[in-house]
Design a protein around this ligand. Structure first.
Ligand code: PEP
Ligand code: MN
Length: 266
């Protein structure tokens, strides 16, 4: 199997422009931005924050896979254009999610790295389209999927012709209800041991609340993960999705300072 350490001993290096994830660099990439792109003013503030922290990669959802049809569904193409503007104006790389195959071409065109969300991990239309895309893919683990199913979803990308795949653990559903999901660090150890793909951690969606994100981030960095995905919003209290878990910009700044001694390079 193409994702296995038997097939390839070294962790793959996934590159987009001058940014790289995995490989031998042992850098920890911190990917951040709001859950959803909501307006030009909002995403402009996010982009400025990233630049001021020397971060390279802005993440924001434009096609949101919401649990309820009555919740904010994302700005769609308008959001993609705002991300493109941020990329242009600030020299940032952008990552955004493809929710279903109907808008996959637009997402591929407007992103530097394509996110496949937890709910879409099994979507063969998306997997097959991304396998043919000439862009890296960040594949999130379905919250009800086993590690084997997760790795097999990655195999669809790899065997279909895309060797630029990053795995993302974002919490799985357990009996626990006090936290939104349960961050599976055992699973991360498994993926690091048995696969050759870079692994990044998303403590924001796992915990679902702001309060412990910095501590979780430190734990993830100590495990030697290749990157982190942390949601931050200029004003989390008015966020249109995932309001409880998004950090303030001040908190993201503090988080970066806190993990610097633990990480080799952020
Ligand atoms: C997101 O990244 O905003 C998101 C919807 O995450 P997940 O697919 O992990 O639920
Ligand atoms: Mn979110």
């Amino acid at each position: 199997q193409l994702a296995s350490r038997e097939y390839r001993k070294e962790t793959r290096e996934v590159q987009f422009g001058n940014v790289s994830i995995g490989g031998n660099t042992k850098n920890t990439i911190l990917i951040s931005g709001p859950c959803s792109v909501e307006s030009e003013e909002q995403i402009q503030q996010s982009a400025e924050l990233l630049k001021s922290l020397n971060l390279t990669t802005l993440r924001g959802g434009c096609y949101k896979p919401r649990t309820s049809p009555y919740s904010f569904q994302g700005l769609g193409l308008e959001g993609l254009h705002l991300l493109a503007k941020m990329r242009e104006e600030h020299g940032l790389k952008v990552i955004t999610e493809a929710r279903d195959a109907t808008h996959i071409d637009e997402v591929i065109e407007h992103s530097d790295i394509i996110q496949i969300g937890a709910k879409a991990m099994y979507d063969q239309g998306i997997l097959r389209a991304c396998a043919k895309a000439n862009k890296p893919v960040l594949l999130k683990r379905g919250f009800g999927s086993t590690l084997q199913e997760f790795v097999q979803a990655a195999e669809f990308l790899l065997s279909g012709g895309n060797d630029q795949v990053v795995l993302c653990e974002r919490g799985i559903r357990t009996f626990e209800t006090k936290t939104r999901f349960t961050l599976d660090l055992c699973g991360v150890a498994y993926l690091q041991e048995y696969t050759n793909l870079p692994v990044i951690l998303d403590p924001s969606h796992a915990l679902g609340y702001r309060y412990g994100i910095e501590k979780l981030t430190k734990a993830c960095v100590a495990m030697g993960v290749d990157g982190l995905l942390v949601e931050a919003h200029p004003n989390p209290s008015v966020a249109k999705s995932d309001a409880a878990q998004q950090l303030t910009h001040e908190a993201l700044r503090a988080l970066k300072t806190a993990i610097e001694p633990v990480a080799k390079s952020v």
